[in-house]
Design a protein around this ligand. Structure first.
Ligand code: ZN
Length: 313
């Protein structure tokens, strides 16, 4: 890889974001396309991906392209097996793109790519073992042990959100009950706030004309910043459950650091302080071990792109 540029691509259900990433992990030029959707022929999604890559690269030759895909990628890194917001099912994306782009292509899911980026350049840099927990509407994640991303037999390791934490608890989109992401996620934050605002006064009532169904995640965040008790209690609960789930992961895997990414992590210590308390309170042997640092991710929405580039850089 002595000439040409390396491009990382993050493809999700709404957009394709491609960026030229330099040797220091900086994104120096980006291009984006709208994702064509879930009900189109697969080649249209690949067209959008190829266009975004070529647009980002400009006139520079391609040394390699790494794709971070929002979906399940097989353990070999060849195929997207399934993606909830994309039409791919078993799509041999690596080979298809290598044919079309004429350069080496790497492929992994977006959470693993984000973890690679945080481990090299972000909050987990220097750590040989780290867990990344991505909190959006649900919970995703990645396991990095002894310098390697653990992908699992099916490429499905790191789906932390569907670990059961409450027997017969809240129903989950996966069809089961009591999954962790039902208690600690953007959706859980909103559900907490909706339930609490009917019990006690809250600015959320003013923001929604008293209709709990109209509460959104960003509303809860801004209400918490204003000091609203309902919003703050909602964050405290989500943070507490975050720490409880992380303690289970730490008991199993003993990482040096746990990095919390995704949209909800923008709340920072409002989320992380109750999580750290719960981690110390519930982790096995906490008094006799170094409890891992629980840190906010540093690279934000570019992490997938940067980690994609690391697949081939
Ligand atoms: Zn579930």
């Amino acid at each position: 890889m002595n000439e040409g540029v390396v491009v990382g691509v993050d493809i999700g259900g709404t957009k394709v974001l491609a960026g030229v990433v330099d040797d220091a992990g900086r994104v120096v030029r980006t291009a984006r396309r709208t994702t064509p959707g879930r009900r189109v022929v697969t080649s249209r999604v690949e067209d959008a991906l190829v266009e975004a890559v070529l647009d980002a690269a400009g006139s520079a030759p391609l040394a390699g392209v790494g794709v971070a895909a929002a979906g399940f990628v097989d353990s070999a890194g060849d195929r997207v097996m399934f993606a909830p917001h994309l039409p791919w099912q078993g799509e041999p994306l690596k080979d298809l793109l290598e044919d079309r782009l004429g350069c080496p292509v790497g492929l992994d899911n977006d959470a693993n790519c984000a973890a690679r980026a945080e481990a090299r350049y972000g909050a987990a840099r220097g750590a040989a073992s780290a867990l990344m927990v991505t909190m959006g509407t649900g919970i995703g994640g990645s396991v990095l042990l002894e310098g390697r991303v653990v992908r699992g037999a099916n490429g499905m390791a790191g789906e932390f959100g569907h670990m059961q934490v409450v027997p017969d608890g809240q129903p989950c989109e996966c069809g089961r009950r009591g999954c962790w992401e039902q208690y600690s996620s953007g959706n859980a934050l909103v559900r907490n706030a909706r339930a609490l605002m009917v019990e006690q006064p809250s600015v959320l009532a003013d923001m929604t004309d008293g209709n709990p169904d109209r509460v959104t995640g960003p509303m809860v965040t801004s209400a918490a910043e204003e000091g609203d008790l309902v919003a703050r209690r909602s964050f405290a609960s989500v943070g507490d459950w975050l720490g409880v789930g992380v303690a289970n992961l730490v008991a199993a895997l003993d990482p040096e650091v746990v990095v919390i990414g995704g949209g909800v992590s923008a709340a920072g210590d409002r989320l992380l302080e109750p999580a750290r308390d719960a981690l110390r309170r519930t982790l096995v042997g906490a008094a006799h071990r170094r409890v891992p640092d629980l840190l906010a991710a540093e690279l934000g929405p570019q992490a997938g792109m940067i980690g994609g580039a690391l697949l081939v850089g």
